[in-house]
Design a binder for this molecule. Structure first.
Ligand SMILES: [Zn+2]
Length: 352
C-alpha cells in the first residue's frame, strides 16, 4: 500500500500544472488572507488577491485576471469565510488584477467596486481595449512558446520556462477568450476609507508609479500594506510606468510602519530590502538612460548600450529563465519609459 501511495505522490508531483488559473490561500495576519497563484513566476502572470475580514463583510483587493481565475478565488474565499464580499478594490487597471470580477458580482451582486478615477478612466477607454482580442493574441503567444520550448539552441531552464507556458496554454486561451471589464462604481482621487471597528481599510493614491492611477491599501490594525504592481517580486513589471515618480512612491511606501508588505505579484515581504532594491534599480536605469536619450539614441539602442549585468544578477540570481523574464517584463519597458521621461514626452497607458 505504501509504495502505491509513494508512486501516486511522485506521479502527481511530476504531472505539469494544466490549469493556469488555480489559486492557493494563506493567512497573513488574524484578519487578512492572501489568495495567489501557487508560483508567481509561472504563467499566466496573475496578480495577488488579498481578503480582509471586517465585522460584517469582506473587503477584497484585486480579482484575478480572467473568469476562471475569479471563480477560483471566490471558491477559496468561501472555503474560509461565510461573510459576503462587500467591497472589491482594484489596485490598477491591468487586466490580470480585475478581469475575474464577474465571478465576484455573481456571488455577491451587491458589492461595491472601488478604484482611483484614473483606473476607471483606463478601464472604460483605450488602454483596456486589448481584452477584445486577448484570447486570440495569446494563442499566437502559445505557438511562439512551443517553438522556443523545442529550440535546442536555448538553455535548458529557458526551454522549461517556455514549456510551462505551453502546459497551461489551452487553459489560458480559453480563460481569456471572453473577457468583460467591470469598472469601479465608486472612485476617488487621493484617498477613501472603508471604516470598521476592528479592521478599517484605507485606500490611497500616492502618485503615478506603475500606472497613472495605482492605489495602495493600508490596514493599520494589523499593519499590512498592499502595494499592487508598484512592487512585483521577484521580477518587477515596468509596462507604461513613470520611472521618476515611481521612485518617489516607493519612498512613500517605505514610510509605512508595515509588518507585512503584499506585492502585486509574488511573496509577502516583512522588510524594506526589496523596496530599496527597486529604488536602486530605477535610479541606475534613469542615470544611464537620460544622457543617452538626450543624445538622440533610440530606446532599442540604449538598452544595448547600458550596463545591466549587475541588475540582472541581483533580480534573477542569473537563472536563465528569470533573466528572460527580467528583459521582457522590466528592462525593455523601463528603458522606453525613462527615454520618454528624459525627453519630456508623455507616457501612454495601454502600451508597454
Ligand atoms: Zn499585475
Amino acid at each position: 500500500m505504501r509504495w502505491i501511495l509513494a508512486f501516486l505522490v511522485v506521479l502527481c508531483a511530476a504531472r505539469a500544472e494544466s490549469d493556469g488559473f488555480a489559486r492557493v490561500s494563506q493567512s497573513l495576519s488574524p484578519h487578512v488572507h492572501l489568495v495567489a497563484r501557487p508560483v508567481a513566476t509561472n504563467a499566466p502572470y496573475e496578480g495577488n488577491s488579498i481578503v480582509i475580514e471586517q465585522t460584517d463583510g469582506l473587503v477584497v483587493v484585486d480579482a484575478g485576471g480572467a473568469p476562471p481565475a475569479g471563480e477560483a478565488i471566490v471558491r477559496q474565499i468561501k472555503a474560509f469565510s461565510a461573510k459576503p464580499v462587500t467591497f472589491l478594490i482594484y489596485t490598477h487597471y491591468h487586466g490580470d488584477h480585475n478581469l475575474g470580477a464577474g465571478a465576484f458580482l455573481k456571488a455577491w451582486p451587491h458589492l461595491t467596486i472601488v478604484s482611483t478615477a484614473a483606473t476607471r478612466r483606463a478601464m472604460t477607454g483605450k488602454p483596456m481595449a486589448y481584452i477584445k482580442t486577448y484570447g486570440q493574441d495569446y494563442a499566437g503567444e502559445i505557438e511562439y512558446a512551443k517553438k522556443q520550448a523545442a529550440d535546442p539552441a536555448l538553455p535548458h531552464e529557458v526551454r522549461q520556462g517556455w514549456q510551462q507556458l505551453v502546459d497551461v496554454g489551452a487553459s489560458i486561451v480559453k480563460g481569456y477568450g471572453a473577457l468583460t471589464a467591470y469598472p469601479a462604481t465608486l472612485t476617488f482621487d487621493d484617498r477613501i476609507e472603508i471604516p470598521d471597528a476592528q479592521m478599517p481599510v484605507e485606500v490611497r493614491f500616492l502618485g503615478k508609479a506603475n500606472t497613472d492611477g495605482d492605489a495602495v491599501v493600508w490596514l493599520p490594525a494589523e499593519r499590512v500594506l498592499c502595494s499592487g504592481d508598484i512592487v512585483v517580486s521577484p521580477i518587477p513589471y515596468a509596462a507604461a510606468s513613470y520611472p521618476g515618480e515611481w521612485i518617489g512612491v516607493l519612498q512613500k511606501l517605505k514610510e509605512f510602519d508595515f509588518a507585512v508588505l503584499v506585492p502585486g505579484h509574488g511573496e509577502p515581504q516583512s522588510d524594506r530590502a526589496y523596496l530599496d532594491k527597486l529604488i536602486a534599480a530605477l535610479t541606475t536605469i534613469r542615470a544611464q538612460v537620460t544622457p543617452l536619450a538626450r543624445q538622440g539614441l533610440s530606446p532599442e539602442a540604449i538598452v544595448q548600450k547600458i550596463d545591466t549585468e549587475a541588475l540582472k544578477a541581483t533580480f534573477t540570481g542569473n537563472d536563465p529563465w528569470l533573466r528572460t523574464l527580467f528583459s521582457s517584463f522590466f528592462l525593455t519597458s523601463i528603458v522606453k519609459n525613462a527615454t520618454a521621461e528624459a525627453l519630456g514626452q508623455p507616457i501612454v497607458q495601454g502600451t508597454s
